[in-house]
Design a protein around this ligand. Sequence first.
Ligand SMILES: NC(=O)c1ccc[n+]([C@@H]2O[C@H](COP(=O)([O-])OP(=O)(O)OC[C@H]3O[C@@H](n4cnc5c(N)ncnc54)[C@H](OP(=O)(O)O)[C@@H]3O)[C@@H](O)[C@H]2O)c1
Length: 309
Amino acid sequence: MNKKQRSSITRKEFIKKSSAGVVGTGIILQKPLSWVSWNTEPEKRTLGRSGIEVTTLGFGASRTQEPALLLAALDTGINFIDTGRSYARGQNEVMVGKTVKDRRKDLIIQSKVRIRPSEKGDDLKTKEASKKIREMMQKSLDESLEALQTDYIDIWLIHGADSEEILHHETVMEFFSDLKQRGIIRATGFSSHHNQAELLEADNALNFYDVAMVSYTFSGSYTHSNSGTFSQYNQEALEREMKIAHQHQKGIIGMKACSAGPFKGKDDEKASFGNAIKWVLDKPYIQSAAVAMANFTQIEENTKAIFGS
Ligand SMILES: NC(=O)c1ccc[n+]([C@@H]2O[C@H](COP(=O)([O-])OP(=O)(O)OC[C@H]3O[C@@H](n4cnc5c(N)ncnc54)[C@H](OP(=O)(O)O)[C@@H]3O)[C@@H](O)[C@H]2O)c1
């Protein structure tokens, strides 16, 4: 859909479209699409060597099960959806799959696999551990493809990688490489929360993964939107490793951009969540910020801030 077509969508058409084959609540559909009109097409950036083009603002699906919200976000021009096998116990991928099945080829879908084969400290170099890892990854992949109603995933990430032992486990890397070769995934990657600078540094040395998804905010800290857990990270170390990763042609996606609160960009500006996202996107080594938008107001606020100016 081009800009003109997007801008001319009527409320009646939107309701019809949003309700087609999906469940929408009356309350949510009462908001008109007042924001789908930009002077230019939303900016896209290329995720490094993967060649995948994503809009600078991505739709983090994790905080909604409402198809109408996802459709509204896509109608603003967003082409990038971030989900995960474990979100809503698999139902988040089901919602995404149902909602976008008719426009799958126009969209970039990122999903994630959790790889936790054992208790911390167990030996992962054994044949049994490798077998377990392979089975876990295969099961998660099969379930994701079925839920998403697709035969490929654009970007497949290790969900919340927390050790180099898993990140660079031979079996994990072999599995990813094989899927990429067979066209089942287009890009490999990992997301991380705790030791993200260290993991990025380790992968910069090996340069295996195509994409990294990192928690990155103006304050060097974030509050997890589900658990409420507050975390701080080493901003300087993360930025140093992101710059190196960028030189290695690794794509970088920021997450948690809004979770440190509103940001005051300039002295004469009001602090806003849009500014918090802009702060992330102003960095030349970041291609997209996946922001979990849980209602129409947040979609409107964020798309206006990023696409509307
Ligand atoms: N890879 C992983 O392990 C992992 C884990 C968690 C999340 N994620 C992904 O990371 C991305 C960001 O997730 P997130 O929810 O943690 O962080 P976020 O989207 O950056 O921030 C969400 C928090 O910001 C608040 N907020 C206020 N105004 C907002 C606005 N205009 N837009 C968005 N949020 C606003 C929300 O408040 P309210 O609560 O009042 O709405 C919520 O507490 C998503 O794509 C998500 O799927 C990944």
